[in-house]
Design a protein around this ligand. Structure first.
Ligand code: PHE
Ligand code: FE
Length: 291
């Protein structure tokens, strides 16, 4: 997710006008491939029973648990066949409009570096493991694939209203940290959860965070934190519902409303919330990974 911290306004040397760069897969070292394997094994072992069905299916269809950093030439052959999406490499965070333009055209921009061994649990910027292992399996799901396209279009539209700050919350609490109810249990589909060992445990099992039923306006009023585990997660009843509600709602009047409604704190519960679990909020430290 792009934010104000990107430094460049124009593509850095070597990048195309749309900010993409060649993946240059042959340049990854044995150590870098080994880092992928280590992260991938750790997550693949814990995610059955924790990650959403769509995510696990995506891992399988895309064969993401094969050894080594995925070569996009092979990955995209499978991904494009499934939903028309592809992954493109970018040098790092890209400007908001560039990011949305890629999503609207079924391209997912992924960072082109992998964390070092000393960064295994903590990273400030998304790396290939977060971007590809975390995000790409869901893009093989036809419903979620359409949601991300709609989000890209909606993102471009939000810029005209100066409302990106509010729309970004929707990305945060769905694409990055979303939970879904499946067969009466909660599962994770958010990339920030499924790519993080610690947050996969925390988001689903820890007594600390709130888990609240998805409500579009309520969610878009809610602040979020990027320096620790979430203090509240939002639960969708299905991906189809998420897609339907966001596509069928005109966000222009919503942005108007959001301009006058007060923001909601990260741990706050409202009387009208549909609560899955009311968190103890005992974990509030300000450490931790977002990837
Ligand atoms: N319906 C939204 C709008 O009118 C666009 C959107 C769709 C945003 C899906 C996010 C997700 O702007
Ligand atoms: Fe992400």
């Amino acid at each position: 997710m792009p934010d104000a911290s990107h430094i460049h306004d124009t593509p850095p040397p070597g990048a195309a006008p749309d900010w993409t760069i060649p993946q240059n897969w042959d340049a990854f070292s044995a150590d870098e491939h080994a880092m992928w394997d280590r992260l991938c094994d750790r997550q693949s072992n814990m995610l059955p029973g924790r990650a959403a069905d769509a995510f696990l299916r995506g891992l399988d269809v895309l064969r993401l648990s094969r050894s080594g950093i995925p070569d996009y030439r092979e990955l995209n052959a499978r991904l494009t066949a499934a939903t028309g999406w592809s992954v493109v490499a970018v040098p790092g965070l890209v400007p908001d409009a560039v990011f949305f333009e890629h999503l609207a055209n079924r391209r997912f921009p992924a960072g082109n570096f992998i964390r070092r061994p000393d960064q295994i649990d903590y990273l400030q910027e998304p790396d290939i493991f977060h971007d590809v292992f975390g995000h790409v399996p869901m893009l093989a799901d036809p419903v979620f694939a359409d949601y991300m396209v709609a989000y890209g279009r909606g993102g471009l539209r939000s810029l005209g209203f100066g409302a990106l700050h509010k729309l970004a919350r929707l990305y945060w609490y769905t694409v990055e940290f979303g939970l879904i109810e499946e067969g009466g249990a909660l599962r994770a589909y958010g990339a920030g959860i499924v790519s993080s060992h610690a947050e996969s445990l925390f988001a689903l099992d820890d007594p600390s965070p709130n888990r609240i039923g998805f409500d579009l306006l309520r969610l878009m009023r809610t602040e979020y934190r990027i320096d620790d585990f979430q203090q509240s997660y939002f639960v969708v009843s299905s991906l189809a519902h998420l897609l339907k509600v966001t596509v069928e709602t005109d966000f222009a009047p919503l942005y108007q409303e959001l301009n006058v409604l007060p923001d909601i704190g990260v741990a706050e519960i409202l009387p009208e919330d549909r609560i899955y679990t009311r968190g103890t909020q005992e974990h509030v430290t300000g450490r931790t990974p977002q990837t």
